[in-house]
Design a protein around this ligand. Structure first.
Ligand SMILES: Nc1ncnc2c1ncn2[C@@H]1O[C@H](COP(=O)(O)OP(=O)(O)OP(=O)(O)O)[C@@H](O)[C@H]1O
Length: 298
């Protein structure tokens, strides 16, 4: 996919800036330092180049959505930001720390400040909702039992599940389980929360609840949120800034309105969910008529 040279704006900048899809506008004193700053990121899986020379910023206090077709590297990006994977080239700074330079204890300390709601974030099935949320607090803090109880109840209140605290995970609906996992993800008061496909498998009502919750938690708790999702419209509705990535590069970025207005064919196909376009519905092959008129059996 060639770069479409889409219009873009420095995330968090107060006035639009015109750049190519590859480059970031020069730092301005009015733009606060991003919480996550990625420069020249290259990451390969064997012979597959997942990212090549990628620059990307996540602004503090914002909800940033990362979108793109399946297999384009969205989950990989989150794993690189959390230090679960190491880049082949380039730098990833989180809150001013270059994560490649951190030793394991430093990395674990930093990770405790990042809440993660990954698709596979299963609740511990033998523990009640309360104990699932209490788990990271028991592991990583010295809170007294009465203080711990208060913190857990406040986290559960924030996701609307205080009344469900004694239920076991098997008694929760899919949406409730996702919210309980979210309460656990915010138990340690992270500076940032990373959502990987948070709406997968949710009915429209649960999805609406989760969407509102992501925005509300971000603003009420002063978080920074990164949301990776295929649900273009819903995610765009709560995002301050969008990145659309494809084949290792950013092909569009900006506010939802700016990306919506991007008239490149690729972005139109992706944002509109069109079955055909630059990303083809048909696997490459000869024309249908030619295939049908062929005499051979195969
Ligand atoms: N453990 C692995 N070993 C080899 N290749 C991998 C591995 N994990 C991911 N990949 C490859 O890296 C690329 C990016 O994968 P990734 O899961 O980050 O994409 P994604 O955009 O999150 O996809 P989806 O939207 O379907 O979840 C894909 O081509 C995938 O096949």
């Amino acid at each position: 996919m060639k770069d479409n040279g889409s219009r873009s704006k420095a995330p968090g900048a107060s006035t639009p800036a015109v750049t190519t899809g590859d480059s970031q506008p020069a730092a301005s004193p009015r733009v606060p330092k991003p919480l996550v700053r990625i420069r020249g990121l290259t990451y390969r899986r064997g012979s597959l180049v997942v990212f090549e020379d990628l620059d990307l910023d996540i602004q503090r206090g914002a909800v940033t959505a990362v979108m793109g077709p399946s297999g384009t590297g969205k989950t990989t990006l989150l794993k690189l930001i959390t230090g679960q994977l190491r880049p082949d080239a380039g730098s990833i700074e989180v809150d001013g720390l270059n994560i490649q330079g951190l030793d394991k204890p430093q990395l674990f300390k930093l990770r405790r400040r990042m809440g993660m709601l990954f698709q596979s974030n299963a609740l511990l099935t033998d523990l009640s909702v309360f104990d699932n949320v209490a788990y990271p607090l028991r592991e990583h803090t010295d809170l007294s039992p009465s203080m711990l109880r208060k913190v857990v109840l406040l986290k559960l209140e924030a996701v609307g599940l205080r009344g469900a605290r004694d239920l076991m995970p098997s008694a929760l609906s899919g949406g409730m389980a996702r919210r309980a996992a979210l309460a656990r993800a915010i138990a340690l008061d992270p500076m940032m929360i990373l959502y990987d496909e948070p709406f997968t498998g949710q009915d429209p009502i649960s999805m609406g609840v989760l969407i509102a919750l992501i925005r509300h938690l971000n603003d009420a708790a002063g978080l920074t949120s990164i949301v990776v999702s295929h649900d273009v419209r819903e995610t765009a509705s709560i995002a301050d800034y969008l990145y659309v990535i494809s084949q290792g590069r950013i092909i569009a970025q900006g506010s939802p309105a700016e990306v919506e207005a991007d008239d490149s064919e690729w972005v139109r196909q992706f944002m509109g969910g069109l079955p055909d376009g630059p990303v083809h519905f048909h696997y490459p092959g000869p024309p249908l008529a030619q295939d049908l008129l062929r005499r051979s059996a195969a």
